[in-house]
Design a protein around this ligand. Structure first.
Ligand code: NAD
Ligand code: G6P
Ligand code: MN
Length: 456
């Protein structure tokens, strides 16, 4: 049986431990020959690399495992590259969240003004990395989930047209399906969702029972009304995530037709959300005090003990599992269904062809085959056309170095919603991102940001 070479970009990510364990658990389904972690920050990556050495010596000694900051070692000979970088790190995430919130707007990792700021940074780093990968591993499958995936996917579509092995995917639709399985008391893999939207902005129209074909959406609607909505792994979640899932009940009370992605709440209730988030302790602070601390403490303890022992069984990781199953479906032409970000081309019939949309796809050795959903209702179409325009204008701003286009993108966003507020928050974010955004010039040709090189 073929064995695969895999690189993880962002080896120092808080999600990497979950991948290391999941690669061991799923080794029969997705056989690995070689695994390389790559990161630009050697100090952050080292504890995770050392943890990996201990884990694999106990559980998977045949695996060739290494960690590096050298792109040649990272990419040469790779079959799959998983991309989970955070351009600017958690400190910049904190600013993306804090700055808009301090001005009364949503400050969120991927949505609204903060998400756009992260988008600009991420496009710079992602485009450079994909050029490096394509030079050293021309045929590798690149599975990107670095955020903000909607904006990154649009920029990659333009920079690498026709690259059929460059895929973008997010775990949140599957997380919502898993939550439904908890609600219904069934196995999540027995649920067959129909879904449409953009990344972090979509709806489930139907949730079929895979075995009988029965639509379970009426039952899901009824149970959410009665019992609320919890993540599948609620016991391992911070309070803010429980609050986020809890809002699904509110959304379904107001808009009962479809089951929303949890991220829809930022677009549907921007004022309510902005007034209920704390600008002085945002999700980035919670991650630093929670997941990040847990991951690096676990590394330190395992390194000090020199062994994992029964710690291996403690955590299962749905995110890593899903990404590995995506690779497996491609590697063995399984044509499993995954909800993915793809160029529309009619999948949502009444949306523009060149929008990057999120729909269920059959995924095999020739990439994703989207399952069309036909026309979507005017309400959802209106919301999505607004947001796809925001994303496209921002990516225009990125490639054209246009302050004006950036101002238009920020003005159009429902989470900003006013041209004066847009200019104020954009200028503050430009200031905070000096050296990390591409140069933006105003119509008179004056530079608003320092020059950052785009491309390989
Ligand atoms: P993190 O800050 O813990 O880790 C990110 C790592 O990326 C760091 O070690 C950092 O040094 C590294 N990095 C930064 N720039 C890099 C570059 N140019 N090249 C290589 N490495 C670089 O972040 P995290 O919370 O673990 O999240 C990692 C990423 O995965 C984020 O973009 C996050 O939004 C994304 N993510 C996406 C999904 C999804 O559904 N799409 C799910 C989970 C995580
Ligand atoms: C979900 C989303 C990701 C996002 C993550 C944030 O998994 O799909 O795109 O990055 O949540 O989670 P965090 O715990 O870092 O706030
Ligand atoms: Mn996501």
């Amino acid at each position: 049986m073929k064995e695969f070479n895999v690189c993880i970009v962002g080896g120092g990510s808080t999600y990497t431990l979950g991948f290391l364990k999941s690669f061991v658990r799923l080794r029969e389904e997705f056989p690995l020959k070689k695994l390389v972690l790559f990161d630009i920050d050697p100090e952050r990556q080292e504890p995770i690399g050392k943890y990996g050495e201990i884990l694999f010596s106990e559980r998977f000694p045949e695996l060739e495992f290494s960690y590096t900051t050298d792109i040649n070692e990272a990419y040469t000979g790779m079959d799959f590259v998983f991309m989970q970088m955070r351009a600017g790190g958690l400190d910049m995430r904190a600013k993306d969240e804090h700055i808009p919130l301090s001005m009364g707007m949503i400050g969120q990792e991927t949505c609204g003004a903060g998400g756009m700021a992260y988008g600009m940074r991420s496009c710079v780093d992602m485009i450079k990395a994909v050029h490096d990968i394509r030079r050293l591993a021309p045929a590798a499958w690149i599975l990107n989930y670095s955020n903000p995936a909607a904006i990154v996917a649009e920029a990659l579509r333009r920079e690498f047209p026709g690259d059929k092995r460059l895929l973008n995917i997010c775990d949140q639709p599957e997380n919502v399906v898993r939550s439904c399985s908890r609600l219904l008391g069934c196995d999540w893999e027995d649920l067959d969702p129909v879904y449409f939207g953009l990344n972090h902005y979509g709806w489930f129209t139907n949730m079929y029972d895979m075995k009988t074909g029965k639509d379970l959406m009426p039952e899901i609607r009824r149970r959410i009304k009665e019992n609320g909505f919890l993540p599948q792994d609620a016991e391992q979640r911070d309070q803010s995530w429980l609050d986020t899932y809890g809002m699904v009940q509110t959304i379904m009370n107001d808009f009962p037709d479809f089951l929303p992605n949890t991220y829809d709440q930022y677009y549907l209730y921007p004022e309510y959300k902005a007034s209920h988030l704390n600008p002085d302790y945002t999700r980035a602070d919670e991650v630093k005090d929670g997941r990040e601390k847990r991951v690096f403490t676990e590394c330190r303890e395992v390194i000090a003990a020199g062994k994992l022992g029964d710690r291996f069984d403690a955590i299962s990781d749905a995110h890593a599992e899903m990404m590995i199953k995506v690779a497996e479906s491609i590697a063995f032409n399984k044509n499993d269904r995954h909800i993915m970000i793809v160029e529309n081309n009619g999948a949502i019939a009444n949306m523009q062809d060149d929008a990057m949309v999120e729909v269920a796809c059959e995924l095999g050795a020739n990439g994703p085959r989207p399952l069309g959903v036909g026309n979507i209702p005017q309400f959802h179409l209106g919301l999505l056309v607004n947001q796809v325009s925001v994303e496209k204008l921002l990516v225009d701003a990125f490639f054209e170095h246009s302050y004006q286009k950036a101002l238009e993108a920020f003005t159009l966003s429902r989470l900003v919603g006013d041209a004066k507020k847009a200019r104020k928050v954009l200028d503050a974010l430009i200031e905070a991102n000096q050296g990390m955004w591409p140069e933006l010039t105003d119509p008179k040709g004056r530079a608003r940001t320092e020059r950052v090189r785009i491309g390989g």
